[in-house]
Ligand binder design. Structure first.
Ligand code: NAD
Length: 370
């Protein structure tokens, strides 16, 4: 497929190729939609096998960011960047600062952050060249690790599911299987434990489980057994693609609510399957939006208490998604997309109301003032 056909298919506003031989930089910035505000999304560094694979990935990821910001009620658009290369061997100050220059050149249409293959430290180099960067360390006035806010959002989203299914959002005594014991799972387990839930936990790294067990009581199970417990809630917080033909049949859970990205192996197949089996699935990009809420907060001067408060809105968002899914008998991910698209449409409609600001801004405004 030609490059322009691909861009058209994903319905992007702008795709920028950034190249600098001296720095060894090959990057693509994709701005999907800026109806709600500047396009925000992280920079992924990956050894893509072809340039087309990099383009496809950045188009897919940036479109996902549009939906995530829209469903979360944020005034942000969707964007993402990819740097083609090996993050273990090819990342250095020159490369990151050169990339920062290109981001600066977009004059705020795109705001970057860390992602797979880039770190908070890397963003500090990027910040030397542009102010359009978030996710920098707390020491530099940034928001630091987003996991506590992501985990809190997952926790309140899970409670919304419980309320919808059982009429009470209390998780006391509920059996919950947590897949992964990483950053998000660790904070999530603390909330669940404090509420009196019975936790099953797993990870492929023993040290991660040990760390979780320092603050919570949980039953440890083998990674493969996590699908076969008697848990009423399954919470994926490790990998994508874990809800598939094989695992759906094994789950006893009535609710799936976790922080992992891309949980459904194929949303068109497994979304309807979950609906058919009457398993409530909290769409991943809506329930794990705490991370985005956290970095978005940095734009107004970071305060974790405000970010946590904003993440509480995930309770209402998930409730609305479940209501629409039930009312229209559609998979929850479809209900979530629908809410996001409606918001884009409505805000897009009011953006053409003339307020005078646009007339007096820019070169024309300057000429008029003279
Ligand atoms: P993390 O790397 O800290 O934790 C992931 C954990 O999963 C690791 O401990 C890893 O060992 C474990 N794991 C890998 N394969 C496993 C398997 N087969 N079975 C059990 N455990 C396995 O990552 P994180 O920051 O906690 O993020 C977890 C998920 O949430 C990821 O999918 C991430 O993309 C998503 N997410 C995270 C945030 C955030 O704020 N950190 C925000 C949005 C989405």
């Amino acid at each position: 497929m030609s490059m322009f056909n691909l861009i058209e298919e994903f319905d992007h506003e702008q795709v920028v190729y950034c190249s600098n031989k001296e720095a060894g930089l090959k990057a693509i910035v994709a701005i999907h939609n800026t109806t709600l505000g500047p396009a925000l999304g992280g920079t992924r560094m990956w050894k893509y096998p072809t340039d087309e694979a990099a383009l496809k990935d950045v188009l897919r990821l940036s479109r996902g960011m549009t939906y995530k910001a829209a469903i979360s009620g944020l005034n942000l658009g969707g964007g993402k960047a990819v740097i083609i290369g090996d993050s273990a061997t090819q990342k250095n100050e020159l490369l990151l600062r050169t990339f920062g220059k290109f981001v600066e050149g977009l004059a705020g249409r795109y705001i970057t952050a860390e992602d797979v293959g880039t770190s908070v430290k890397d963003m500090e180099y990027v910040r030397m060249e542009t102010k359009y960067v978030t996710g920098i360390s707390k020491a530099l006035g940034g928001s630091g690790d987003p996991s506590p806010v992501t985990a809190y959002g997952v926790y309140v989203g899970m409670k919304a599911c419980a309320k919808f299914r059982w009429g009470s959002d209390s998780l006391k005594g509920r059996k919950i299987a947590v897949q992964g014991a990483g950053q998000v799972a660790r904070y999530l387990c603390e909330h669940l434990y404090n509420e009196g839930a019975e936790i099953y936990v797993t990870d492929i790294i023993e040290a991660k489980i040990k760390r979780v067990l320092e603050t919570v009581k949980a039953k440890v199970v083998n990674p493969e057994e996590i699908y076969d417990t008697d848990a009423e809630i399954f919470s994926p917080n490790a990998l994508g693609g874990i809800i598939n033909n094989e695992t759906i049949g094994r789950l006893n859970a009535e609710i799936i609510a976790g922080g992992a990205n891309n949980q459904l192996e194929d949303e068109k197949v497994h979304g309807p399957k979950l609906l058919e089996k009457d398993i409530l699935y909290a769409p991943d990009y809506a329930i794990n939006a705490g991370g985005l809420i956290n970095v978005a907060n940095e734009l107004e001067g970071y305060r974790q208490d405000r970010a946590l408060k904003q993440a509480e809105s995930i309770y209402e968002i998930i409730t609305r998604v479940l209501e629409i899914s039930k009312h229209e008998n559609i998979p929850t991910y479809e209900a979530s997309n629908k809410i996001a698209e409606e918001r884009l449409l409505h805000v897009g409609r009011i953006s053409n109301i003339y307020t005078g600001k646009s007339f007096f801004s820019g070169r024309l405004g300057e000429l008029i003032k003279k």
